[in-house]
Design a protein around this ligand. Structure first.
Ligand SMILES: Cc1cc2nc3c(=O)[nH]c(=O)nc-3n(C[C@H](O)[C@H](O)[C@H](O)COP(=O)(O)O)c2cc1C
Length: 424
């Protein structure tokens, strides 16, 4: 097991011995803004391409509390801390200037960081030889936004949230429709340096919603951006920085070239993406067998990726009409019984989610590329959110669980990456 994962396991004792006290005066900002000197283009919701970007990562809801207002987004995020930033290279898209942009989510604007010359681009950093027509997204993390609350476990959340953002891009691209190809075999070191990130922000992954222009070879673009503050406050975490450095380069990757097939109707999918929220608690009502099989079908779809790691999905059936209760792995029985109470306990006693939901999922892996496998868990989680929403069901990600006790329950020794619950 990767040392970082082992070090950041929760147990019944650890969460009681090391409670997280939040220092509110150090609360980091969740928005990054480049200086006004950078040209910016507000997204126009009447424009199809701009809508594609908005449906990948935009702000969709406002919450008002006595201490202030905050906004929720297309993508879910552990603790609504939104550690990830989104950058995109746009090439040969109607109505858009070729360039590398930052998506300023608060302004709903694309900020031009670097205008592209015909023969240069980000492609070589992502392993592409030819120029790519369309969108090449880069996902980064500003880890202190998450470690402010989750301390050294925060790298897990940065990766899961990044996976959700990749999943949001994939879902938004389905509206076009266009396939999304994940890229982990990227030159993170050079990209981090060019974007002026220092050690506070770094790239985790890329996603291509683009096609190669076969006659057009491309050279690596070179530029040097000034550092732009992304969290306000900051406190260094040696553990997180070391874990990132050690996992920066991927090894022995297996490509997944099979494209997923989804049966979503475009209008309903768009509504599902726009209205997605995390359900705060379930009623304890059962779902139907048809709904269960629909979710299993979605889970069985491959994820296009240049570094595909095996992630196992365990499902605890708490209540599905006409189905025996128990633990399943990839749709097949592991053991019979009503484990709903136990599922609730394992998720740090979040009984209203993991006991009262109809299904509780646990995702595990023993893969070698930590950044790739963890983000894959986030993508799977996002596919579950979308599929559940599409069926009129609720979903919630669950990043907090007792790692070792989940292993004992599943009777496996893999790294436990993520839990989710779906229900009514
Ligand atoms: C990786 C991850 C872990 C999460 N863990 C929990 C959790 O343990 N308990 C919980 O109630 N919600 C959890 N959530 C849900 C978030 O609190 C929620 O996404 C956030 O507040 C934003 O709200 P929204 O999803 O409705 O937009 C998690 C979400 C993600 C993406």
């Amino acid at each position: 097991m990767f040392w970082y994962h082992e070090l950041t396991r929760h147990s019944y004792l650890s969460v009681r011995q090391n409670p997280n006290y939040l220092s509110w005066e150090d609360q980091p900002s969740v928005y990054k803004h480049y200086p006004e000197s950078f040209e910016r283009f507000l997204l126009d919701m009447e424009d199809e391409e701009d809508r594609f970007l908005f449906y990948s990562a935009g702000l969709t809801a406002k919450k008002s509390y006595p201490e202030g207002e905050y906004y929720l987004r297309i993508n879910p995020s552990a603790g609504a801390l939104y550690p990830n930033e989104l950058y995109v290279q746009i090439r040969d898209v109607k109505g858009k200037r070729n360039g590398i942009y930052h998506y300023d989510v608060a302004e709903n604007a694309l900020v031009l960081l670097h205008a592209l010359e015909e023969e240069a681009g980000l492609e070589p950093y992502l392993g592409y030889r030819h120029a790519m027509k369309g969108y090449l997204f880069l996902v980064s993390a500003i880890y202190y936004r998450s470690s402010w609350k989750y301390k050294k476990r925060a790298l897990r959340y940065c990766l899961l949230d990044a996976g959700h953002l990749l999943g949001s891009i994939e879902a938004s691209a389905l509206l076009k429709p266009h396939a999304t190809q994940l890229c982990y075999n990227m030159d993170r070191g050079s990209l981090n340096a060019m974007f002026g990130f220092g050690h506070k922000e770094w790239f985790l992954s890329a996603a291509s919603v683009a096609v190669p222009i076969s006659h057009s070879d491309v050279v690596p673009v070179q530029f040097s951006l000034p550092y732009a503050e992304g969290s306000g406050s900051f406190e260094k975490s040696d553990v997180i920085e070391e874990a990132y450095e050690e996992t920066k380069v991927v090894h022995s990757c297996r490509k997944e070239v099979r494209a997923p097939k989804f049966t979503y109707e475009t209008g309903m999918l768009q509504q599902t993406i726009f209205q997605r929220r995390s359900q705060r608690g379930f009623t304890g009502e059962a779902i139907t067998k048809g709904q269960f099989h629909y979710l299993m079908e979605v889970l069985a779809q491959p994820i296009l990726s240049d570094c595909d790691e095996t992630v196992s999905v365990y499902t605890v059936v708490n209540r599905v009409l006409d189905m025996p209760l128990g633990l399943y792995k990839e749709g097949a029985y592991v053991k019979y019984g009503d484990f709903s109470r136990q599922a609730g306990y394992l998720c740090l006693e979040q009984y209203s989610l993991a006991e009262k939901g109809a299904l509780t999922f646990f995702l595990t892996s023993k893969g070698g590329n930590y950044q790739a496998l963890y983000q894959k868990a986030g993508i799977i989680g996002h596919r579950l959110y979308i599929a559940a929403g599409y069926l009129g069901l609720g979903c919630s990600g669950i990043g907090a669980y007792y790692d070792d006790e989940v292993n004992a329950f599943l009777e496996n020794e893999e790294m436990v990456l993520y839990a989710l619950a779906i229900g009514k």
